[in-house]
Design a protein around this ligand. Structure first.
Ligand code: HEC
Length: 243
């Protein structure tokens, strides 16, 4: 973008120039070519004043008020519908696996996003916020709401869910399942994968052996063995906190 053709500075310089021309003419032949010298200054002022008439103010340009009728378009709508296929910024979802948990209708069994320790930690916080009221912190299906009479939530340690592909968990969070509502409006897709990763960690911890723990970290484990099975009464060891 160049500078505007007429700035205040230009006008000022122009005015000064015409003034000095006028001055020269006064000193030279007063009836020199170009007409009487005393016209130059008023002319410059008139020219300057006429410049303001060329302005197009933004608040004054042609526009429609929101949702006003229009004679220009055949359907008389001034608010134009989005062109077919328009995608709002940040809403492009062409990665089927990542946003549906499926490929050609089949649940996937590989995480479509990288999962690292931070991701699992994030999954844990989301799980504790959204899932524990019904599924409990241990994922055994005995959350507080269930203890107060809500329909029994699923235990993640059933044979079926131990073997279920990760895409199934994503699908259940996204679309709900039986009495369980959908969490799609509250949990963004990538967090659904992180929650699923945390559920996998919970499931793994259920059948983990001491040899799965790196040798140098075995000492830091609690002395008491974890409860076998996940009976609700037995499942309140100090390290789990309240469910
Ligand atoms: C309001 C209670 C409630 C909340 C909150 C809840 N669930 Fe559930 N969930 C249920 C119930 C009840 C069932 C059993 C559904 C049925 O049998 O009708 C269930 C079932 C499931 C199943 C098993 C589906 C199957 O294939 O059998 C999974 C997996 C699951 N929930 C995951 C989650 C996750 C992950 C969250 C958190 C994002 C969550 N749920 C939050 C109530 C809940």
């Amino acid at each position: 973008m160049g500078r505007t053709p007429w700035s205040a500075a230009d006008a000022h310089v122009g005015l000064l120039e015409s003034c000095s021309v006028a001055e020269e003419r006064v000193q030279g032949d007063p009836r020199g070519p170009g007409g009487p010298p005393h016209w130059s200054l008023p002319l410059a002022i008139i020219a300057l004043a006429s410049l303001t008439a060329c302005r197009q103010d933004m608040h004054d340009q042609p526009r429609y008020k929101p949702l006003a009728a229009s004679d220009f378009f055949a359907d008389h709508r001034s608010a134009r519908p989005a062109v077919e296929g328009t995608v709002a910024r940040g809403h492009l979802r062409i990665d089927e696996a990542r946003f549906t948990g499926k490929i050609s209708g089949e649940d996937i069994d590989q995480f479509p996003i990288p999962i690292d320790r931070d991701g699992i930690e994030r999954g844990r916080t989301r799980f504790n916020i959204y899932c524990t009221p019904c599924h409990g912190r241990l994922g055994d299906g005995n959350g507080m709401v269930v203890l107060r009479g809500y329909r029994q939530a699923a235990s993640y340690y059933s044979d079926k869910l131990m073997k279920a592909p990760v895409g199934h968990f994503f699908d259940v969070i996204t679309n709900g399942f039986g009495a369980m509502p959908s969490y799609a409006s509250r949990i963004v897709p990538d967090d659904r994968w992180r929650i699923t990763a945390y559920i996998r960690a919970l499931q793994f911890s259920e059948s983990a052996k001491i040899t799965d723990v790196p040798a140098d970290q075995r000492q830091t484990l609690p002395v008491e063995p974890p409860p076998s099975g996940i009976a609700p009464s037995a499942a309140a060891p100090a390290q789990q906190g309240n469910r």
